[in-house]
Design a protein around this ligand. Structure first.
Ligand code: ZN
Length: 445
């Protein structure tokens, strides 16, 4: 079916930053076939009048822990390590049903804030928890988005000097086997894939060196990407220096974890040499400004990373450290934090939008099929309604999206299929998702 969207302000986020004041996008099946100024003179099965709206690529979330949607509002005033220690025992009771309810609700919230692709880092696998990766895959199909499920792992419990309790960690070889099984069962390498799998040991302070190197070897053998938390807090740096005699970035480099098939969550505390190294190796960063603010971990050197050549994407992080869980807010937060750190010219509104779209696609290795509005790319796009009281008369629609309140969505498409229309989720019933989530949260606590 041909869909024509017309009369929209369009920010394509292509390499030239092409924009149209009054333009059109033509979609054939799941692909974009034309983008341009004015109306499109083609016969269409569906025409969408997007007058008063801004059309952008769908947002790409590069770091999340969807299961945490069931544990929001806890340890509200704690440091990262205090927060983890309070939450670990609760997460130890996680099972596939809870994960499915939490992920469905979390993905719905992301879709309602313009997100079409989601990287979810799932690293809690209690022995009696069932098939949690399958639960995440099912939630992806239920809500109709695209996901990159990072099969996470922890193998260093408290008795091995790690932070998590022993009952929450897996045996090293079982974790690697579980990761390999998830890849074999669910990874789709096709350009239009709805589900991809990545390998993701949780963080240097919760996994062994053997798990870090084993995951890297496995991922490269299978042709999937690698993800972990790195350089999030000063506590982590202190711990790493004491244990390994080097910073987290140096440790990752030593284990061949700085490379163009790796993206790292947070990268807040990086020395200048580490920033250059991430740039030279094209290692990606998942910048999570709201979570960093919630946990007071610091402000990531986003400007410096971009200048060094590191692809930077945006992430909401888990809902237990970002109770909002909406991705459009991160456009705003990333701009505020970059300017607080580097001054008024540290980041433009269009660079914030680039991080939320193409930067994220690059982190996930999807830049050829996602991240911009260009012929041949998948029709993952967001139409933001700027017609209301909050935006009337505003000069620059991209400034409205990044600096203003989060606009409602007129339409959100994934592979040309409608996920959100007129501010409402169309793939699932929101009140059903909410009641399932409330029941799952009660059961978990
Ligand atoms: Zn995280």
């Amino acid at each position: 079916m041909i869909t024509v969207i017309e009369h929209a302000a369009i920010s394509t986020v292509d390499a030239d930053g092409t924009e149209f004041r009054d333009g059109h996008v033509v979609i054939d099946g799941e692909h974009i076939v034309a983008v341009g100024e004015g109306t499109a003179e083609v016969a269409a099965g569906r025409r969408v009048d997007a007058g008063g709206c801004l059309l952008t690529p769908g947002l790409v979330n590069t770091h999340h822990h969807l299961y945490q949607w069931a544990t929001r509002g806890l340890a509200a005033d704690s440091t990262l390590f205090q927060w983890l220690v309070e939450l670990y025992p609760i997460w130890g009771r996680l099972d596939a049903r809870i994960t499915h309810a939490a992920a469905s609700a979390g993905l719905a919230r992301l879709a309602l804030t313009g997100c079409t692709t989601v990287a979810d880092h799932h690293y809690v696998f209690p022995a009696e928890g069932g098939d949690q990766v399958a639960a995440l895959v099912a939630a992806t199909h239920r809500i109709g988005v695209r996901s990159h499920i990072v099969r996470g792992s922890m193998d260093r419990g408290a008795s091995d000097g790690g932070l998590p309790p022993d009952n929450l960690v897996e045996d090293t070889e079982a974790a690697l086997l579980g990761t390999e099984h998830a890849i074999d069962a669910h990874h789709d390498g096709a350009p239009n894939a709805r589900v991809r799998i990545a390998a993701g040991p949780c963080s240097p302070f919760s996994v062994s060196e053997r798990l870090m190197t084993g995951a890297a070897e496995l991922a490269r053998r299978k042709g999937v990407r690698l993800h972990t938390h790195l350089a999030e807090t000063l506590d982590e740096e202190t711990r790493c220096l004491a244990e390994f005699g080097c910073t987290p970035a140096e440790y990752a480099d030593k284990l061949e974890w700085l490379a163009d098939d790796v993206w790292l969550a947070h990268t807040v505390h990086l020395a200048p040499a580490a920033i250059r190294r991430l740039g030279a190796t094209r290692t990606g960063s998942a910048h999570c400004p709201t979570s960093n603010g919630r946990l007071g971990t610091g402000i990531a050197p986003v400007r410096d990373l971009l200048d060094a050549g590191s692809p930077v994407g945006l992430g909401v992080d888990g809902a237990a450290s970002n109770e909002s869980g909406g991705l459009a807010e991160e456009l705003h937060q990333s701009l505020m934090q970059a300017r607080q750190r580097g001054g008024p010219t540290a980041l433009t509104v269009r660079q914030a939008l680039w991080m939320g779209t193409m930067g994220g696609a690059r982190c996930l290795g999807r830049e050829r099929e996602l991240g911009s509005l260009e012929p041949g790319k998948l029709a993952d796009l967001a139409i933001w309604d700027l017609s209301g009281l909050r935006y009337a008369g505003i000069e620059d629609p991209v400034a409205a999206l990044v600096l203003g309140a989060v606009p409602p969505l007129k339409l959100l498409l994934v592979s040309g299929e409608t996920v959100v229309a007129d501010g409402e989720l169309k793939t699932a019933d929101e009140s059903t998702l909410a009641s399932e989530l409330a029941a799952a949260s009660r059961r978990l606590r």
